[in-house]
Design a binder for this molecule. Structure first.
Ligand code: NDP
Length: 287
């Protein structure tokens, strides 16, 4: 069997088109959504990520309102800047680009963001709402995974989903999201991690396997049920700079029914869903 490729690039483009149309409608009603990316210091990789997010925003009509702070800024000044953005009505969404310089506390900074503007979905209020079954701003990567599944008609309701990885950013919120009672969810979810005994015995039972470990070859062909859907969240870099995921794509794509490539799978969806969240935040602030 050769798996159907779940094309994250094309799906993200469609999502951006939808967001652009909805942003235009909101702008006609007098509200232009704005995203503020707080970038501290001059880490080149972070600067590239933020520049990419700003380009994405501009392409869909979201204003990007960058906030740059020097590498030696103290926590109180960082918080004051976040407070200023929290109070600015032109700012619908705020992201604090990580990593922060080592002397700063990233969790305290993220918790300083107004939950209504927390488009990364990492504030305890948004994490709590998801846990409670009343999601508002959900982290972009899990949301992107869910949109890929629904776009490709993968049955999630009643499915057995095994997520490998339990991070606050990906594994945990995805488990919450897919086990909600509602459309595109209602799955039976198992979360695996380094404490899991016999990982393959879990993944082999799954209709949907999600790999989010940052470890190459976490999921190999013998670990996948024939016909299962496999989402690869991982981003690993070869010496030549090219990217690859946590799944042994060449082998697993011979067994799986559908699979995301890396690059071009979950990654572009993460970027698109940040735009979706900014739109959602702007709309809810207007209401
Ligand atoms: P973390 O390092 O925060 O979490 C990794 C998780 O994987 C941990 O829960 C860890 O378990 C688990 N794990 C690691 N190795 C194994 C193993 N051999 N077997 C079972 N479980 C294992 O990573 P993130 O969740 O932040 O990111 C995961 C990957 O996804 C990275 O490659 C990251 O770059 C990528 N990523 C991609 C995004 C995208 O848009 N495509 C967005 C965000 C992340 P334990 O808790 O026991 O340590």
């Amino acid at each position: 069997m050769t798996a159907r490729i779940i094309d994250g690039k094309a799906t993200a483009a469609a999502q951006r088109e939808r967001v652009a149309a909805e942003v235009a409608e909101l702008a006609d009603a007098g509200v232009v959504p704005g995203l503020a990316a707080v970038l501290v210091g001059d880490d080149p990789a972070s600067a590239v990520y933020v520049a990419g997010k700003e380009r994405d925003c501009e392409a869909v009509g979201i204003r990007s309102l960058g906030a740059r702070l020097p590498a030696d800024v103290d926590q109180a000044t960082l918080h004051a800047e976040i407070d200023r953005l929290n109070a600015d009505p032109d700012v619908s969404g705020i992201i604090v680009q990580l990593p922060l310089p080592a002397h700063l506390d990233p969790v305290a900074a993220q918790e300083r963001v107004d939950p209504a503007k927390d488009v990364d979905g990492l504030h305890p209020v948004n994490a709590g709402r998801l846990l409670r079954g009343d999601p508002f701003l959900v982290p972009a990567t899990p949301l992107g995974c869910q949109v890929l599944l629904t776009t490709y008609g993968v049955t999630v309701a009643g499915a057995s989903v095994v997520i490998v990885g339990r991070s606050q950013l990906v594994g945990r919120p995805l488990a919450m999201l897919l086990s909600l009672k509602g459309a595109g969810a209602n799955a039976t979810v198992t979360v695996c991690h380094t404490g899991t005994r016999d990982l393959a015995s879990h993944t082999r039972t799954a209709d949907i396997v999600v790999a989010a470990t940052g470890v190459p070859h976490t999921v190999t062909a013998d670990m996948v049920k024939p016909g299962a859907t496999v989402l690869d969240v991982g981003i690993n870099r070869r010496d030549d700079g090219t990217l690859f995921g946590d799944v042994d794509f060449a082998e697993v794509s011979q067994v799986a029914g559908a699979i995301t490539p890396v690059p071009g799978g979950v990654g572009p969806m993460t970027r698109a869903m940040l735009l979706h969240n900014t739109l959602l935040a702007a709309r809810s602030q207007r209401a």
